[in-house]
Design a protein around this ligand. Structure first.
Ligand code: DLL
Length: 446
């Protein structure tokens, strides 16, 4: 048995065993203390929070137990935009070590900042997440998350270094080269978006490189919604265990929550650094464990950018039942999508990841797809562009037949009526990072 597998067998808790197994009562005590400090810090230093707290009739001292969090106002992405670029920071810019930003499809980007203490805690939490996902010190971590303003690349990078791994800082793109280096350097862990991992798997297959026979063992995939079906497909094609990792730049970046490779069933949310709530996105009322709704996160240890009750728009549910791995931190179930990604097609609510679940593994199709939205009169219409698998018959008749089959499956499994456009191999665009799942042509045509 080599050193890596000995380590994996010996200890599931690779990085932070005491914190990851903290009894829930102690965790709640720590959360309360840290929440109090965060409220005071935000209120003392950020004019936005002074105004928002005043409007809600609360002060930091209004918190007498963790449950009082519901008295405090929510923070929205628009608050970051309205205070662009540095207005939400609780410390002078001179005390910040790094900035990240999200591109933002409309208007101003969202800017986030970190002190050196914030970066240190982020590296620790990302190291904890990678350990939870199955990585061990000494592993080669091939990091295909994009480097730059996106938090994925640098977040995974410093976490892997902190865990004691050898990092290959690939970033996204240049997929043929990624395949060669994954193989040549004997990577044990692949960090990438699930859609890019699929692209890598496909390019490896067509180059005749069998990654299943390489030392690759774990995939740490996140930054976009993906389905259980895609997990199984990636695991089979790459010969790995694939785990889900979640995060968002407003809160920190990757490593807010991560699945354990032991159970692969929900993502442990690191409660010593974040407070998680679920609310009804319409009424804003709190929801109980197990009920689906919008995830709301409060940071407990951020210095530069404390976030109070940040509305993520991500739809999920929380599970506080004990996990097989022994970690005590609650689990955030797979994020099916953002509430603003939800499509309403002829009265039926549908997330792109539900369409993905139907397409992955469908006989004769590749798991690549794109959804095109158009307007037919007053109604929204959805066309799903799917792609034939290598070697599948691609004459007109076979494609029409395949289209009918897929349409029928989507109707019976999701309940939505849509058109199917069966494309030939290579015609659906490949992802290099976060996949663009929906092409919205409604405005262009109306
Ligand atoms: O995507 C951070 C990240 C990088 C997470 C690498 C995981 C791995 P943002 O660019 O700010 O940050 O986008 C955050 O992406 O609110 C979700 O809507 C979505 N998202 C992130 N992880 C997942 C996931 C990074 N595992 C937004 N499942 C979030 C579903 C995810 N959606």
């Amino acid at each position: 048995m080599n050193r890596q597998s000995a380590l994996r067998n010996a200890e599931v808790f690779m990085f932070d065993p005491a914190a990851e197994r903290m009894p829930r009562e102690a965790l709640a005590g720590l959360q309360f203390q840290r929440l109090k400090n965060t409220l005071e810090h935000a209120y003392a230093n950020v004019p936005h929070y002074q105004r928002a707290f005043a409007a809600a009739g609360v002060k930091p001292e209004s918190l007498s137990s963790l449950a009082d969090i519901v008295r405090f106002p929510f923070t929205l992405k628009t608050d970051l935009r309205d205070n662009y670029p540095f207005g939400m920071f609780a410390l002078p810019r001179q005390q910040l070590t790094r900035l990240h930003a999200s591109s933002g499809t409309t208007g101003r980007p969202t800017v986030v900042g970190y002190t050196s203490g914030d970066l240190d805690r982020w590296a620790n939490l990302m190291a904890r997440s990678l350990g939870c996902a199955g990585a061990v010190p000494g592993d080669v971590v091939h990091n295909a998350y994009g480097y730059g303003l996106f938090t994925g690349g640098l977040g995974a990078h410093y976490g892997a270094e902190r865990l004691g791994c050898t990092v290959v800082p690939m970033s996204g793109g240049g997929t043929e080269r990624q395949v060669s280096l994954l193989n040549d350097f004997g990577a044990n862990v692949l960090c990438a978006t699930p859609s890019y991992a699929l692209n890598i798997a496909e390019v490896a297959e067509s180059a005749g490189v069998d990654l299943r026979r390489s030392p690759l063992r774990y995939g740490v995939f996140g930054a976009e919604p993906w389905s259980e079906a895609l997990r199984q497909d990636l695991e089979a094609r790459l010969g790995i265990k694939a785990v889900d990792i979640y995060g968002l730049s407003e809160i920190m970046g990757p490593g807010v929550a991560c699945e354990c490779h032991v159970a692969q069933s929900g993502l442990h949310g690191w409660e010593d650094h974040f407070l998680f709530e679920i609310i009804d996105p319409e009424t804003l009322a709190p929801k109980r464990f197990g009920e689906a709704g919008e995830l709301v996160i409060t940071t407990l240890t951020k210095e530069a950018l404390p976030m109070i009750r940040y509305r993520t728009r991500d739809i999920t549910r929380l599970d506080d039942t004990p996990c097989r791995c022994g970690r005590t931190h609650l689990r955030i179930m797979r994020v099916t999508g953002r509430d603003d990604d939800m499509l309403i097609i002829r009265g039926v609510n549908v997330y792109p990841s539900q369409v993905e679940a139907v397409l992955v593994g469908f006989p004769g199709l590749s798991p690549h797809y794109q959804i095109v939205l158009t307007r037919a009169g007053a109604l929204d219409a959805m066309t799903v562009e799917v792609e034939l698998a290598p070697g599948a018959p691609d004459d007109e008749q076979s494609r029409a037949r395949k289209g009918t089959e897929v349409r029928h499956h989507i109707k019976s499994l999701i309940g939505v009526t849509c058109d199917i456009d069966v494309k030939r191999q290579g015609e659906v665009p490949r992802s290099q990072g976060k996949a663009v799942r929906v092409k919205d042509e409604r405005k262009a045509r109306s």
